[in-house]
Design a protein around this ligand. Structure first.
Ligand code: IPM
Ligand code: MG
Length: 395
């Protein structure tokens, strides 16, 4: 069978800061699966950021938009350059990660948080609170204060300046993300926690009412609780194992996911996947990116942790390619690389020698080579064990 007609198109956009360093490792992983697992994929690289801005005047040049338009999935690295680099805010607004999320209305952002036993010592939280941590933050990604109007910085009559943004959610915008959370909870342990600030904000009050109404009407089997965001932040560090699925607004999801990263050992560990509604042809574009940002302080040093990006590729295998066995194989390879002692600087214990970004990629590739034959022989059992994770698809 020729794969070219059916092959999934994947565009890799390294972007800025440590982005290109981590996606280079994801690229090697994707190439390994294409070569060794007959994975039908076509890879294309596209430019993003200050580099193309200086060359073309656009953060995302036409060629990048074209690659994205054609793609089934985008593997993105990071956005945000050093403060001193002059990309005007206007150019960023015209084309950026945020406009990419918004253009394809990738409103459902899934951020799984898993505490790897091998990282218990590396994590800032005590090992005893990390036992059994396995939850997903469902973050609304294309509405709320990130995009709400009016917004701006204005000059007041008295000479001061005033900055303002708008937190806004309609019932429809709340219900579609609540549905993602409720369906995901139903496919997992049946518990959804909705997070808001309903004691202060009207937008949150509406959020709470709508999530509850949808649950009551269509998901009576899901146990729904509500937490204020300040309390939730505390609960995530106090007892993170209590959570199954959290659903929340754009900005609260942004903040809580960095906080939750401490249960996973490091911000460098967290993957994410973002989806929109399927188009008329039933196709849904998806964006896979690590939760960490561009980390300009360590960019170019070859020390960034590529596992957040690599684990995002595992989400791509499961969600876009519908290949749960390959997703599981990759996740096990990451776990084996960690158990084998590979640690980038963010995970290394004092006195131990960290591996480079590429060496972490090497460790995952070596683990893939070792695990692939084992998986082939015991596949049925493995896939059954993966049923819960495979159910993370929300559509
Ligand atoms: C994230 C990041 C982005 C966000 C930044 C880089 C715009 O922090 O994906 O969590 O705030 O959404
Ligand atoms: Mg963030």
């Amino acid at each position: 069978m020729s794969t070219s007609a059916t092959a999934a198109k994947i565009v890799i956009i390294g972007g800025e800061g440590i982005g290109p360093e981590v996606t280079a490792q994801s690229r090697r992983i994707l190439a390994w699966f294409a070569a060794h697992r007959a994975m039908p994929i076509v890879l294309r690289d596209a430019e993003y950021g200050v580099g193309p801005y200086l060359a073309t005047g656009e953060v995302m040049p036409a060629d990048t938009w074209e690659a994205i338009d054609e793609a089934d999935a985008i593997v993105f690295g990071a956005t945000g350059g050093p403060e001193t680099t002059a990309v005007p805010a206007e150019a960023r607004r015209r084309a950026s990660l945020l406009s990419l999320r918004r253009k394809f209305d990738l409103y459902a952002n899934l951020r799984p948080i898993v505490a790897h036993p091998a990282l218990a010592e590396a994590a800032p939280l005590k090992a005893r609170v990390l036992d059994g941590v396995d939850f997903v933050i469902v973050r609304e990604l294309t509405r709320g204060i990130y995009f709400g109007e009016p917004r701006g910085i204005e000059r007041l009559a008295d000479g001061q300046r005033r900055g303002f943004n708008t937190e806004t959610y309609t019932t429809g915008e709340i219900r579609r993300i609540a549905r993602v959370g409720l369906e995901l909870a139903r496919s997992r342990r049946g518990r959804l926690c909705s997070v808001d600030k309903a004691n202060v904000l009207e937008a949150s009050l509406l959020w709470r009412e709508e999530v509850q109404a949808l649950r009551d009407a269509e998901f009576p089997d899901v146990a729904l609780s509500h937490l204020y965001v300040d309390n939730c932040a505390m609960q995530i560090v106090r007892a993170p194992a209590q959570f199954d699925v959290i659903v929340t607004s754009n900005i609260f999801g942004d903040i809580l996911s960095d906080c939750a990263a401490m249960a996973a050992g490091s911000l460098g560990m967290l993957p994410s996947a973002s989806f929109g509604a399927p188009d008329a042809a039933g196709r849904s574009k998806a964006l896979y990116e690590p939760v960490h940002g561009s980390a300009p302080d360590i960019a170019g040093k070859a020390i960034a942790n590529p596992l957040g990006s690599i684990l995002s590729v595992a989400m791509l295998f499961r969600q876009t390619l519908k290949r749960p066995e390959d997703a599981l194989l990759l996740e096990r390879a990451v776990a084996r690389a960690l158990t084998g002692g590979a640690r980038t600087a963010d995970l290394a214990e004092p006195g131990s020698k960290p591996v480079s970004t590429r060496e972490m990629g090497d460790a995952v590739l070596a683990a893939l080579e070792a695990l692939a034959p084992e998986m082939a022989s015991g596949r049925a059992g493995e896939v059954a064990a993966d049923k819960r994770q495979a159910a993370m698809t929300h559509s």
